[in-house]
Design a protein around this ligand. Structure first.
Ligand code: HDE
Length: 667
């Protein structure tokens, strides 16, 4: 089906270079006749400086790298469209939030935070979820994360926090991990980080897919309507496929098997036409209700529980197109919290205020100068007109004879009028370096998070603390963290203390409130886009496996046939040979052969490992022999028989059988 092309897509045409231009030229357009041999004096003689093609080629190569982002260095991008459900004119004057007639083009970049550009995707980390809306009134960015809170309350602490989580300064170890002394030292001394640390220790930090995670603007922003009336707003992205995560042991193995796991997943889904969808929701707080909560709306370490202020869906984003060139688009895209349009404004959240400075500043370095908004991916779809000129890499030829305002020579153009108006917030105060007392409580919402978790989520959080603190060398740092856990919840503190061989800390009286929306149980269930490995061999009964496969694929699942060799088994084409495949990159396993595979250790391990990671397993035909050979300790989430298509599809939709006891399976 032909996709309708949006304004951004059409704008990029002017910058696209088709792949079919055959004649090679230099950057100056001179045809090249040989790019394999440098010019030399005699066939065995020295290379000659005069070879301008050689010099240009090498020089360009030497300069191919730009600084990676200081945080969020590793990312993957995609284009999309945002369709508003209904006009929101009572809340905001932003055109893209009042006009439902045409969708707004978007570009999204998902990222990890701590690791460098070449690090693995599936690390324990926050994920970035930055979206640029190319609106008719200019670019609007929601630079979000997949957690709704942040580690610090004041942006002045950001360099400290980032230095603590990044590899240690003396030996640059460890890469893309928080499991080391400097990170936990920061945490124990800066308890405002604890709520976010609870999220980081939860499975939210290891998402199954960028397509299956939420996004949060974190700060409270402001919507402003045409009469100048403001409403506080929090931005939420909600994935249509639900929020799902991987399991810690699994992610460690994925890092080796497929370091590009999340990036590949996004790319392949879009290529297949399984376009990821996210609903944009808002939490709205009328200005008079600003002080109705027992936390401060300006404190980015706090959520507004959904039970207090429900989410209102306002539109849907569909990611429908992969970039054509990673560097030109995904690497050069520049997001900024201060890229806002009329009808949207900031609040005094000190973290947001710092971000409003930081993003432009970092991009001036990363993208080499002030003209980076002219890079195609960063250009708004409407016209840019101002008196800003010059600087590195100016691409435009301004014909105007003036670059100042006011002027009479150019008839006063361009003129500032009918533009962005800042919300008229009354501000008064004494200059002071101090936080508001309303920012003081660092524990209540960490407790709320713990209380809201299902039993399996709690177990994973405890295990994560033990893994992380198990990598900390200095005992006083571990003790410091455990002391704080004693303020969050006695169950959490005592289990972590016991695992670390430390005495239980003083335990606080904690509240029992919960916010069910924080748990990852009760997600929308679907098998669409789930990857299912079908293990086949020459003993596969295709009559048994084909109906199962068809049933799964008709519901949108992606099946891959894995066999001891490439080619075909019977008449079924093989997608991957067993030695190139690993269970950790699949959501579920179908054993469809036991005659050839039953005695193969690698096939047994495939099944056993999937079992260890709580995945659904089906055995059809002689596949029963393989599953029996794997000697699984129980059959929770394991289905046998030739007529199990629907039952198995439901099992795949469950995602994981967390109540399966895997404690005796060798990891
Ligand atoms: Fe960022 N952050 N950040 N951040 N952030 C950057 O900007 C910064 C924060 C987020 O895909 C940098 O262009 C400060 C919260 C995303 O290109 C930099 C503070 C949230 C991305 C920067 C924060 C984010 C960035 C690095 C505390 C979630 C990737 C490169 C005051 C709401 C965007 C760049 C992309 C990137 C600064 C905190 C999200 C250095 C100073 C909170 C998704 O400017």
């Amino acid at each position: 089906m032909q996709r309708e092309r949006d304004a951004k897509d059409r704008q990029l045409d002017a910058h696209r270079v088709p792949a079919d231009r055959l004649n090679m030229t230099t950057d100056q357009g001179v045809r090249v006749d040989d790019t394999d041999n440098a010019l030399r004096a005699g066939t065995r003689g020295p290379t000659i400086m005069e070879d301008f093609h050689f010099r240009e080629k090498i020089t360009r190569f030497d300069h191919e790298r730009i600084p990676e982002r200081v945080v969020h260095a590793r990312g993957a991008g995609a284009y999309g469209i945002f369709q508003l459900y209904e006009p929101l004119g009572d809340l905001t004057s932003a055109a893209f939030l009042t006009d439902t007639s045409a969708p707004t083009p978007t570009f999204v970049r998902f990222s990890t935070v701590a690791g460098s550009r070449g690090s693995a995707d599936t690390v324990r980390d926050v994920r970035g979820f930055a979206t640029k809306f190319y609106t008719a009134q200019g670019n609007f960015d929601i630079v979000a994360n997949n957690f709704p809170v942040f580690f610090i309350q004041d942006g002045i602490k950001f360099p400290d926090f980032v230095h603590a989580v990044k590899p240690e300064p003396h030996n640059e170890i460890p890469q893309a991990q928080s499991a080391h002394d400097t990170f936990w030292d920061f945490v124990q001394l800066q308890p405002e980080s604890l709520h976010m640390v609870m999220w980081l220790m939860s499975d939210r930090a290891i998402p199954r897919s960028f397509r299956m995670m939420q996004g949060f603007g974190v700060h409270t922003f402001r919507l402003v309507n045409a009469s100048g009336q403001g409403t506080f707003v929090k931005w939420h992205w909600r994935p249509a496929l639900g929020t799902y995560s991987l399991e810690w042991d699994e992610v460690l193995r994925i890092q080796g098997n497929d370091p590009d796991y999340n990036r590949r997943d996004l790319w392949e889904a879009i290529e297949r036409g399984a376009h990821p969808e996210y609903e944009l929701c808002v939490q709205l707080v009328p200005e008079p209700r600003e002080h109705d909560f027992d936390f401060d709306l300006l404190d980015a370490t706090k959520i507004i529980p959904e039970e207090l202020v429900p989410l209102r869906p306002i539109g849907k984003m569909t990611l429908n197109r992969n970039p054509q060139n990673f560097f030109a688009e995904t690497e050069q895209v520049a997001f900024h919290t201060a890229n806002i349009v009329p009808g949207i404004d900031f609040t005094n959240d000190p973290l947001l205020q710092a971000r409003n400075f930081s993003y432009l500043d970092t991009q001036l370095l990363r993208l080499a100068g002030p003209n980076f908004p002219q890079i195609p991916i960063n250009r708004p779809v409407n016209e840019v007109r101002n008196d800003q000129r010059d600087g590195f890499h100016q691409h435009l030829i301004h014909e105007s004879l003036t670059s100042y305002a006011p002027n009479s020579i150019s008839g006063g153009c361009p003129a500032a009028m009918d533009g962005y108006r800042h919300y008229q917030e009354k501000v008064e105060g004494t200059k002071i370096r101090m936080r508001s007392p309303s920012f003081e409580d660092h524990y209540s919402q960490a407790t709320l998070f713990w209380n809201s978790m299902a039993e399996w989520e709690k177990q994973h959080i405890v295990a994560a603390f033990l893994f992380e603190l198990g990598h900390v060398e200095r005992k006083p740092i571990k003790e410091g963290v455990v002391r704080h856990l004693g303020q969050i919840h006695p169950d959490l503190a005592s289990q972590v203390a016991e695992g670390l061989g430390l005495p239980a800390p003083a335990l606080a009286q904690v509240h029992a409130n919960a916010s069910p929306a924080l748990s990852m149980t009760n997600q929308p269930r679907s098998i669409a886009t789930r990857k299912i490995a079908i293990l086949m061999g020459d003993g596969t009964d295709s009559l048994a496996v084909t109906p199962l496969r068809q049933a799964l694929e008709s519901q949108g699942a992606v099946c891959e046939v894995i066999a001891p060799h490439e080619g075909v088994v019977g008449d079924i084409p093989v997608d991957k040979q067993l030695s190139a495949a690993n269970s950790v990159t699949y959501d579920a396993v179908v054993a469809a052969d036991g005659k050839a595979l039953g005695s193969l250790g690698r096939a047994q391990f495939f099944v056993k490992e999937a079992f260890r990671h709580h995945k659904p397993i089906a055995a059809v035909g002689s596949g029963r022999q393989l599953v029996e050979a794997a000697q699984l300790p129980n059959d929770v989430g394991v289905l046998f028989g030739n007529h199990i298509a629907q039952e198995f599809a439901e099992a795949v939709a469950v995602h994981r059988f967390w109540d399966r006891d895997v404690s005796s399976v060798p990891a």
